[in-house]
Design a protein around this ligand. Structure first.
Ligand code: ADP
Length: 493
């Protein structure tokens, strides 16, 4: 037994998979690290390039402005010098003016010209021409000695000269490098934070799913008390609701099976015991006495009928419960259909003296599942036959009511009736009045429950009215519909 209830033992597919939180965590981390990496790389390169290009632009501006000042014959020498000094002081540029003959015209007081080495040669190699107004730019040196140079041809002191504005890039590169280091450190910090945050986020997202799967496991082991109440986010809340619904349905079906087993065992036992007892009696006592033997055989036949009825009702109940979703509705000539069912009871009139009084309107059409409605009518007439009074009379009517466009079906008997308290229970499964067990009435307590399930599924109005001592009337209101035109054509009026 245990091995069947354990879901892990039999027929279970083994899936090779990782925990949700590990997968989520991994994805979150990859995503965060990816984004930060891209941002860091972009910052790193943009920062360096834009900072440098900004500085170089500034040097070019200075070069342009100084060219205009130095080249202007109307500006006094002193003003030109102070302008050059101003830029050298505030913008950290070094300015030289070199004549065509290689003489350094500025700065005048240059103390150690040998330190400049081949400055004239260098400038001339990058800019050989001496055309006034020509401009060129170049960089020299590597690493810390890297400089940006702006050269323009000017007229200075009536001499052809070149103005050189030189700016060291290396100190600039240092500060950029420092900033880039900060970018890397901050990025690393953010990556660690993303790692931790994504872990807790993944944990938070997967927790309710793990919780649900744990509870489903309990449910699979038969624990119907389990409550699915994870509601951290909408999808899980909906899943919880669905699982609660599923649990209730499984429980109902489980209860039904247990109840069925208990009732069936009980109801089968009694007739079987009787059959065995009377068969033994025939074998041992009444075998040679035709009168007694026939009486005992009668009991055996009755009990066998009871068994057949019980088995049939159980089969019908489970069939109806499993197939109620698919009502096979069609237009049905209720009048003809009812006559067909009443005909099945004609043997009662002939053999047992029953009176079946019928008052039926012709050609009443309704829309219903023929097979299931047949079961309803059959069960109601059977009950009337079983429970009617000494006069053995039952009244069956089928009448059209124009007021609500309904076809009113009713079965009346003359039995002892049903009291108000009993009326509440007769539609329940396996309900049988205490009296019915003492009377020789074949019954299972399933008949009216089958009626209720079928009529509820059709949404038809039905019920019972009863007067104690005078009998009961069970009724069903069928919706009236017009017949199918094709059918009418086939049947000449
Ligand atoms: P059963 O197989 O016992 O007839 P039903 O579900 O058909 O089972 O009926 C349930 C109970 O309702 C019966 O045991 C009986 O007490 C009561 N009942 C049903 N029909 C009638 C009736 N026509 N008159 C009186 N009591 C009835």
């Amino acid at each position: 037994m245990k091995s069947e209830s354990n879901p892990k033992k039999k027929g279970q597919k083994k899936f090779k998979c990782r925990n949700t939180n590990v997968i989520l965590w991994r994805y979150f981390t990859f995503f965060a690290v990816g984004i930060i990496f891209v941002v860091a790389v972009v910052c790193y390169s943009v920062l360096g390039n834009s900072f440098m290009s900004q500085q170089i632009r500034r040097v070019k501006e200075i070069g342009g402005e100084l060219t205009e000042v130095v080249d202007d014959d109307n500006i006094p020498e002193l003003v030109k010098m102070s302008k050059i000094n101003e830029y050298a002081l505030y913008d950290s540029v070094t300015v030289f003016i070199i004549s065509e003959r290689g003489v350094i015209l500025y700065p005048h007081m240059f103390a150690a010209p040998e330190k400049l080495g081949n400055l004239t040669e260098e400038v001339n190699s990058y800019m050989p021409e001496w055309d006034r107004g020509a401009v060129t730019e170049y960089t020299t040196g590597e690493g810390n000695g890297k400089t940006f140079n702006y050269v323009s041809c000017v007229k200075y002191d009536n001499l052809n000269a070149k103005l050189l504005v030189r700016y060291p890039i290396s100190p600039l590169a240092d500060s950029v490098r420092q900033t880039q280091l900060y970018v890397i450190l901050i990025s690393l910090g953010i990556i660690v934070a993303a790692f931790l945050i994504s872990y807790s986020l993944a944990e938070k997202l997967s927790r309710p799913i793990r919780d649900l799967s744990q509870k489903v496991g309990k449910l699979a082991e038969g624990d119907f008390a389990v409550e699915f109440n994870s509601a951290e986010y909408t999808e899980v809340a909906k899943l919880s609701d669905t699982l609660n619904y599923m649990r209730d349905e499984i429980k109902k079906s489980d209860d039904f099976q247990k109840e069925l087993l208990a009732n069936v065992t009980h109801d089968l036992k009694t007739p079987l015991t009787m059959i065995k007892a009377y068969a033994s009696m025939i074998q041992e006592i009444s075998g040679d006495n035709p009168e007694k033997r026939n009486k005992h055989l009668g009991v055996i036949i009755d009990e066998a009928d009871r068994l057949t009825g019980l088995v049939n009702d159980i089969l019908i109940t489970s069939k109806i419960r499993s197939g109620l979703g698919q009502l096979n509705k069609k237009v049905l000539n209720l009048t003809e259909f009812l006559y067909g069912i009443i005909a099945k009871f004609s043997y009662l009139q002939e053999a047992q003296g029953y009176n079946i009084m019928v008052d039926v309107d012709p050609n009443m059409y309704t829309l219903a599942d023929e097979e299931k409605i047949g079961q309803v009518i059959y069960n109601l007439i059977s009950n009337a036959v079983n429970y009617t009074g000494e006069d053995k009379t039952i009244y069956i009517s089928l009448k059209y009511s124009a007021e609500d466009n309904r076809i009113k079906f009713a079965v009346r008997d003359t039995g002892k009736g049903i009291d108000e308290e009993e009326k509440k229970h007769i539609w329940e499964r396996y309900y049988r009045s205490k009296d019915s067990h003492t009377r020789p009435v074949k019954g299972t307590g399933l008949g009216l429950n089958i009626v209720k399930i079928i009529l509820d599924a059709h949404s038809f109005n039905f019920g019972v009215t009863s007067e104690e001592g005078k009998g009961s009337t069970f009724y069903v209101d069928f919706p009236a519909v017009s017949s199918i035109p094709d059918e009418l054509e086939e049947k000449p009026e």
